[in-house]
Design a protein around this ligand. Structure first.
Ligand code: SF4
Ligand code: MSK
Length: 656
């Protein structure tokens, strides 16, 4: 048994892992890491006090006359050297978070569109159009005439149309056609319908340069416009094109948690966000020559497991097991059982390199945008994807053969149902001949279901891993709120066993009745961060179905990212708010209290016909905020008395 190598700068200080995570597998691995003298982000978070001025967003470093620090306790008592006040400074900071988050999602979407173009042109042969029905649906949704046209021709037209999502300099993005009319009218009135994502991000970066836009309300308009170019643009293209190329998810039973690793197999983890790397890896690990090579090395076979968002996407699309969310990516390496971890983009901690080194695991970067000091880079080329993934598999097999690290795999897996695309939700509720959102709307109107919540986003070492997600969702379903999930939050709830139909016993009477009738869990897993766009489409379908108002802002729905950490989360939150949804965040919120900018985000935007932000650290407080909002919307719709179970017929529905 080889002794693990200590990470450089290791400073474990006897922290009790149970204080930092509710994930039992992660706890076990953090305890092992402490014994092995290996440091993780949990240790670093405990040893690094967050900068209080930065946390309040009361500082600016946009030029070298500064950096300028204002006093959050007396926010209007001081201005920066250039005269910028607290509202300018914090709205510019918030804007740049949105710009970065939107850039990440839209660049991901553009990569998918690049692959799609090359597949359609015949330049890429390793991928193909797996879901021609979805191709037709998406093409029709943006106004492309599909009658008597070949799949190839429709695909070419769709590419041309969707390219506008990124490059268009004037006009409205293609998926504006999916936005409920009244919501779109609000956006038009506010001047925030996105043109193309490149234009919006460029505009936002320009206006937040020193000495440009110094009026927080005007900056906020461009913040919303940019975020909408993410949700209804880049992210939506990423989801729709991935479905067309790799298949639209439908429910699949699959395991999550670290027990998905197998001691007697070659374990390969793919972690990141773009599904093309993972899709190619799936082909490589099933190649008979690779399987034979693994067996020749003494392994039973090759075990492919996902993490984070590309993991969540493959879990939903193909039922590939998932080992854990963002705050477990270092801990999984501590098992000693990971022969190779292949990463692409987003949420890849640089700390992975040091932990991988301690356990002699391979860490491979594959994307030109993401190299990591200490990791080996094997470039992934879409035209020859298998060259990269085969290479990684071969190296993983060699590591298996020469394993020296002590292997300890937490014996925990949680089975659940994943893969509820918005198409499947429609089918599940209405059946194959009358697929429809009406049964959902009907059950909301008659009060069995109180409302719908999207609970999404990251995990963050500043709060106990998974705890806020799980407690929040339990409280929501107990109050008859159907929960839709994506990303790391979905994995947290899957580990807690709530993505099973049996979990309906935790739901209130009304929601339980519906779940039992349909046979679905009270918590539906939709996929990765970009798949939040599925929630937008589902909400738009609810508006179109009728009976719940004419705009997204009128729906009895709410959103939350209770353990968020990334700039992408801020962009997601803002596009939900601008779309009309009350959205609560936890951990911390990057604004100063008692300022005009904060009031605008937490109140003013709602008065303009959009949604609004909320903030709470405690899951019960957050749940009460969301339930209160849903009840307010029910009251405005006149369905607040319906929790007495009034039956609604078609005439009532039209009149509502
Ligand atoms: Fe200071 Fe103004 Fe420069 Fe910001 S832009 S660092 S507030 S002088
Ligand atoms: S991976 S953005 S930690 S959800 Fe999308 Fe998870 Fe948040 Fe990354």
């Amino acid at each position: 048994m080889a002794k693990e190598k200590k990470a450089e700068g290791s400073q474990s200080k006897g922290l009790s892992p149970k204080e930092y995570t509710t994930c039992k597998a992660t706890t076990q691995m953090l305890e092992k890491a402490q014994k092995d003298g290996v440091e993780t982000a949990f240790d670093r978070a405990a040893n690094m006090k967050a900068c209080p001025i930065g946390a309040d967003s009361a500082c600016c470093k946009h030029c070298s006359m500064g950096p300028c620090r204002l006093n959050a306790k007396d926010p209007y008592g001081k201005v920066g050297v250039c005269g910028a006040d607290i509202d300018t400074i914090q709205s510019r900071n918030f804007a740049r978070m949105v710009a970065a988050g939107a850039a990440a999602h839209t660049d991901h979407g553009m990569s998918m569109l690049d692959v799609f173009r090359e597949v359609v042109n015949g330049e890429i042969k390793d991928y193909s159009i797996k879901d021609p029905v979805k191709l037709l649906d998406v093409a029709q949704s943006v106004g492309i005439e599909t009658e008597e046209k070949s799949t190839q021709d429709i695909a070419k037209e769709l590419y041309q149309e969707l390219e506008r999502t990124y490059t268009q300099v004037e006009g409205e993005i293609p998926f504006a056609s999916r936005v409920p009319e009244k919501t779109l009218e609000t956006w038009r009135k506010q001047g925030i319908v996105p043109r193309g994502a490149m234009r919006e991000i460029m505009d936002l970066m320009h206006r937040t340069h020193m000495g440009v836009d110094q009026q927080y309300e005007n900056i906020t308009k461009q913040i919303s416009r940019t975020a909408l170019s993410d949700g209804w643009g880049g992210s939506m293209v990423a989801t729709e094109i991935s479905d067309i190329l790799f298949g639209t998810p439908s429910p699949v039973q699959a395991d999550v948690n670290m027990g998905s690793l197998k001691e007697d197999m070659v374990n390969i983890i793919v972690h990141g966000h773009e599904p093309n790397l993972f899709e190619s890896m799936l082909v490589s690990v099933n190649d008979p020559a690779m399987v034979q090579a693994a067996q020749d090395a003494g392994a039973k076979g090759i075990n492919l497991v996902g993490m984070c968002c590309s993991g969540a996407e493959m879990l939903c699309r193909h039922g590939v097991p998932h080992a854990g969310n963002f705050m477990s990516t270092e801990s999984i390496l501590v098992t000693g059982a990971v022969d190779a971890m292949a990463v692409d983009v987003q949420c890849i901690k640089q700390g992975l390199a040091a932990v991988a080194k301690c356990y002699d695991s391979y860490l491979f970067t594959t994307n030109p945008r993401c190299h990591i000091e200490g990791a080996e880079h094997i470039q992934f080329e879409e035209r020859t994807p298998k060259e990269c993934t085969d290479d990684i598999v071969i190296k993983a097999i060699s590591r298996y053969k020469n394993r020296t690290a002590r292997v300890e795999i937490p014996n925990i897996t949680n089975s659940g149902i994943h893969g509820f695309s918005h198409e499947y939700i429609k089918y599940m509720l209405g059946g194959s001949f009358r697929s429809s959102y009406w049964p959902l709307n009907d059950n909301i109107i008659n009060g069995r279901i109180r409302g719908v919540a999207g609970v999404v986003g990251c995990t963050n070492p500043r709060v106990k891993q998974d705890w806020v997600h799980v407690e929040l969702v339990k409280e929501l379903i107990k109050n008859d709120i159907l929960v839709l999930q994506t990303g790391c939050s979905q994995i947290a709830l899957a580990k807690a066993g709530l993505l099973t139909p049996e979990a309906a016993y935790l739901a209130g009477d009304g929601l339980r009745e519906v779940c039992e009738a349909v046979g679905c869990p009270p918590v539906l897993g939709l996929g990765s961060c970009v798949d939040n766009s599925r929630i937008l489409i589902a909400a738009s379908e609810m508006v179109r179905e009728g009976g719940l108002g004419d705009s997204l802002a009128e729906l009895p729905v709410a959103g939350a990212a209770p353990e968020w950490m990334s700039e992408k989360a801020i962009s997601i939150g803002q596009y939900f708010v601008a779309s009309g949804v009350f959205t609560a965040f936890g951990v911390t919120f990057p604004v100063t209290d008692n300022t005009k900018f904060r009031d605008l985000l937490f109140d003013g935007l709602e008065q303009q016909g959009m949604g609004k932000w909320g903030f709470a650290v405690d899951p019960q407080d957050m749940a009460q905020m969301m339930i209160g909002h849903i009840d307010k919307k029910r009251q405005e719709l006149g369905i607040d008395k319906a929790r007495e179970r009034v039956l609604v017929d078609m005439a009532d529905r039209r009149a509502a």
